[in-house]
Design a protein around this ligand. Sequence first.
Ligand SMILES: Cc1cc2nc3c(=O)[nH]c(=O)nc-3n(C[C@H](O)[C@H](O)[C@H](O)COP(=O)(O)O)c2cc1C
Length: 162
Amino acid sequence: MKVLIVYDSVFGNTEKIALAIGNAMGPQTEVNILRVGNMKQENLRGLDVLIVGSPTRAFKPTKAITNSLKVIPKNSLMGVKVAAFDTRFTMEKIKSSFFMLPLLVNIFGYGAKPISELLKRNGGDLAAPPEGFLVEDVEGPLKEGEMERAANWAKKIFESIK
Ligand SMILES: Cc1cc2nc3c(=O)[nH]c(=O)nc-3n(C[C@H](O)[C@H](O)[C@H](O)COP(=O)(O)O)c2cc1C
């Protein structure tokens, strides 16, 4: 099984999650983990699974992630299992920040959902609902246990499509 994990990361937390996901895959998988700026169209060729992750920034994925998915040729993910994740604030952090933030988060959401919409729009077959992994502050750290949760999320995806 050929797997590509593409991520963006400003402070390194999303990168850690991407690596945890990559390490959780079985030995029969060929895994390529790429920062979004290093992804080329040819990396998409012959893929079985594509997983894309981004930090949530103002309720969305980063522009680099969005733009990279917008330029993928239409239907190029037909037959590819896809999944999206983001990193995001814990609810405690959201509640203790700007007083309107909980309401805005409720309305506008996080990064993973728009990523999975773009993946589906390009023909991808969603293997799992969009998932978020928690950071305690802007630069991290990841909340305790999130690396393990990411590994389990990945294992479930791979079990379901083997
Ligand atoms: C400019 C900016 C906007 C952010 N907006 C959100 C947001 O809307 N919702 C949220 O949960 N976290 C938000 N965060 C927190 C980021 O999600 C957090 O910095 C990120 O998960 C860290 O991942 P990274 O280390 O891979 O960059 C924001 C952070 C910054 C710096």
